[in-house]
Design a protein around this ligand. Structure first.
Ligand SMILES: [Zn+2]
Ligand SMILES: [Zn+2]
Length: 339
């Protein structure tokens, strides 16, 4: 089969590999669609703290073509999506039911969606493969990224009408915008590119603010539009500067979600005075749990989650190298890859 292979940063190749066979408990799918993701781009550029080089890509939908011995809950012919990991169930975080923080999450990770076939390991196959039924391939492939976003919203829980400021106009920023709208929040989206802000308005953002080179300038605009600060600030840029500035966009008593990961070893400094005297809640969020994925499946049946709008282009697998070169140059939000 044809498969993408990433042996080192910015060395992406197409290889001819043997098609996988399922061992007991495993499932093999024929890929129907795969989506590019910010995590993949990070891995491509500099490697990833938790993910190995090699088989590449983690978001997608496929049709089951073979099931291993002992698999009873899934069958050949089903169109499914999946999460790339599943908790071990026995480590100390799993025993505390913090499944997204499982210490062994990345021992059995399903990578390699940019390929004609993909093997889903037994741990994931047992709990994190979801038949799609009526959902389209493209919408089904959004279960994983949307589950990550919904996991964060469990901590935010803003009241309807709350003012939510989202900084960043990558795919994750837009998914946060869709969830904020579904919860009837007012939304202010901040970004550096006018065309991305236009898309935010198409997707229903109440206001958009162009991030000019002097942050004090656009931050003042956000404070004005939110009447002194946002109830919820969501950082979705992956930039250290925005991690540090985000708390200053929050109203007293506000919540600040530092959503995107920074490089390993990075540190940030936050104004202690505001954190303490204005009682800010500063939150991190990582990954997802099974209920997050089930909620994402539900959400993706709602038309207001117009995820199709986040797809820059649909491209064949044999163009995967060019697609990542384009993403590396900052061209495009998310690409759909079809074998
Ligand atoms: Zn992803
Ligand atoms: Zn565990």
């Amino acid at each position: 089969m044809l498969a993408a292979w990433l042996p080192a940063p910015r060395v992406l190749e197409l290889r001819e590999l043997p098609a996988p066979e399922p061992a007991p408990g495993e499932v093999v799918v024929r890929m129907r669609i795969a989506l590019t993701c910010g995590t993949d781009l990070k891995t491509y550029r500099r490697g990833h703290a938790k993910l190995p080089f090699g088989a590449f890509g983690h978001e997608g939908v496929g049709e089951i073509v073979a099931v291993g011995e002992g698999v009873e809950h899934l069958r050949v012919g089903q169109r499914v999506t999946w999460l790339p990991t599943a908790p071990c169930g026995t480590c100390f975080t799993c025993r505390r039911q913090r499944y997204n923080l499982c210490r062994n999450l990345f021992d059995a990770v399903v990578l390699g969606t940019y390929a004609e076939y993909l093997k889903i390991n037994a741990r994931v196959a047992r709990v994190h493969v979801f038949p799609l039924e009526t959902l389209s391939d493209l919408r089904g492939a959004f279960v994983e990224p949307l589950a990550c976003v919904l996991h964060a919203w469990r901590m935010l829980e803003p009241l309807p009408g709350a003012r939510v400021c989202i900084v960043g106009t990558g795919a994750m920023g837009y998914l946060h915008l869709m969830e904020a709208r579904a919860r009837h929040c007012e939304t202010i989206v901040v970004g550096r590119r006018p065309e991305r802000l236009q898309l935010a308005r198409t997707l229903g953002a109440t206001e958009t603010v162009l991030a000019t080179p002097d942050p004090q300038h656009w931050m003042e605009t956000v404070r004005m539009l939110t009447d002194g600060g946002a109830d919820v600030v969501i950082e979705a840029t992956g930039a250290k500067e925005i991690w540090q500035l985000a708390p200053d966009l929050a109203a007293p008593g506000g919540k600040v979600l530092l959503y995107s990961g920074l490089a390993k070893g990075e540190t940030v400094s936050i104004l202690a005075e505001r954190w303490h005297y204005d009682e800010l809640t500063i939150l991190g969020s990582f990954h997802f749990t099974t209920p997050d994925a089930l909620q994402a499946l539900e959400r993706l049946h709602q038309s207001e989650f117009a995820v199709e709008q986040l797809i820059t282009d649909t491209r064949p697998l044999r163009e995967i190298v060019q697609v990542f070169e384009q993403l590396d140059r900052g061209e495009g939000i998310k690409y759909a890859i079809v074998p």
